[in-house]
Design a protein around this ligand. Structure first.
Ligand code: ADP
Ligand code: MG
Length: 370
């Protein structure tokens, strides 16, 4: 079976140890300290916290994902669902359902996956001040069983029209939850900065800030090489180096790259540089429909900018060389195109650089010679 895992939270033997940052997270959790966890998309933040909680005895994670959150009602319901699913795992479902009767929750089992799914009465609409009661509930659970509360993609709370009010409610309550470690993870640096350094954020100041960068290449290489050798394959160092370059050191994309190498080689194979081509072709064949469906949505200018980013890189898209390369003389027009590409989630900006959300899309554009 293919040992490479991506597009999901990894833990235990699927998690490449990162001892330094792990110790920071574990120590903070044990001290009941709040953490602001900041790092580029897909650097392993969610996995890091899940694995930290797994390694600490007698801790459970209450995980609330705020990705693309719409309004306060949505936030409350995501929190409630997280509570229900936690209590379900630990056999306290009836008690928690009784506490939430006003939301008329129903739990059903998906016949295909066997996964429980929770629905709440859609006609009950929750407001920012409902968060108060939900946080009380969390505190009650924590008193019986220590928790770590993780708000993931926390910057999306700024999507809410009532974001100020919602943050204020969270803030005023959480500052009295001294013993519960709250983790606020986020992947959009400037938005996280806005939330956590604004002068009216007293309790956020007490949180420690941890930056999640890429995995150590040496340790990650070791980890990946061991996975290959568990399937009686040997892989050359420079193949992995190419993978690191293509994936920009993002661990999920690196695992996808290795997964494709695995799928295109046999047991006892020695994986060398020429093996890369068929692995990339496999990824392209699985993904090219998706790439094409993005491209049909683009205007001529947006497409030229996208191709320019693939060919020339995204560090200086307003430079003379870039403008000339894409044949668009006007920087404002490039800016508009980049904005649209970011809106479509094809690219994102991190530390001043415009990057492809999917690095294989970039490779495909170059390979297709677009
Ligand atoms: N420590 C790790 N060891 C191995 N792979 C990892 C590790 N951390 C992350 N990954 C890979 O990266 C992918 C994205 O990780 P995730 O934790 O979801 O990142 P983030 O929360 O920062 O977006 C995972 O599916 C996995 O393939
Ligand atoms: Mg995440």
């Amino acid at each position: 079976m293919n040992p490479f895992k991506y597009g999901q939270v990894v833990s235990a033997s699927d998690f490449c140890p990162r001892p330094i940052i792990m110790k920071q997270v574990v120590d903070a959790i044990k001290a009941g300290q709040n953490i602001v966890l900041q790092g580029e998309r897909r650097t392993g933040k969610t996995s890091l916290v899940h694995e930290a909680v797994r390694q600490i005895k007698n801790r459970s994670i209450l995980y609330v994902d705020l990705l693309e959150i719409k309004d306060a009602d949505d936030l409350c319901k995501r929190m409630v669902k997280a509570i229900i699913s936690l209590e379900q795992q630990s056999g306290f479902l009836d008690r928690i359902l009784r506490a939430l009767t006003h939301l008329r929750p129903t739990v059903s089992v998906d016949p295909l996956t066997g996964e429980p799914s929770i629905t709440l009465d859609a006609s009950v609409s929750l407001k920012p001040d409902s968060i108060d009661g939900i946080l009380d509930l969390i505190e009650g659970i924590h008193r019986k069983r220590p928790l770590v509360v993780m708000f993931d993609e926390f910057q999306d709370i700024l999507n809410l029209r009532s974001s100020k009010e919602t943050l204020a409610v969270l803030r005023s309550k959480i500052q009295f939850h001294g013993k519960i470690p709250y983790v606020f993870a986020g992947s959009v640096r400037n938005q996280m900065h806005d939330i956590f350094t604004s002068p009216d954020s007293p309790f956020f100041k007490s949180a420690i800030s941890i930056e999640v960068g890429p995995l150590d290449r040496g340790e990650f290489k070791n980890f990946l090489q061991q996975k290959f050798s568990s399937g009686k394959r040997k892989i050359d160092d420079d193949v992995l180096d190419t993978g690191f370059t293509i994936s920009g050191d993002l661990p999920g994309d690196m695992q996808q790259f290795c997964g494709a190498l695995w799928d295109t080689t046999d047991e006892k194979a020695h994986i060398t540089k020429p093996s890369i081509q068929s692995a990339m072709h496999l990824i392209f064949s699985r993904e090219s429909k998706g790439y094409e469906s993005i491209m049909v949505q683009l205007t001529a200018h947006q497409l030229r900018c996208l191709v320019g980013l693939a060919r020339l890189g995204g560090t200086a898209p307003f430079s003379g060389a870039f403008l000339q390369g894409v044949g668009i003389p006007n920087p404002a027009s490039v800016k508009k195109s980049l904005h649209r590409l970011a809106q479509l989630k094809v690219i994102y900006r991190y530390s001043g650089e415009f990057k492809f959300v999917n690095p294989f899309f970039k490779e495909w554009i170059v390979w297709k010679n677009l």
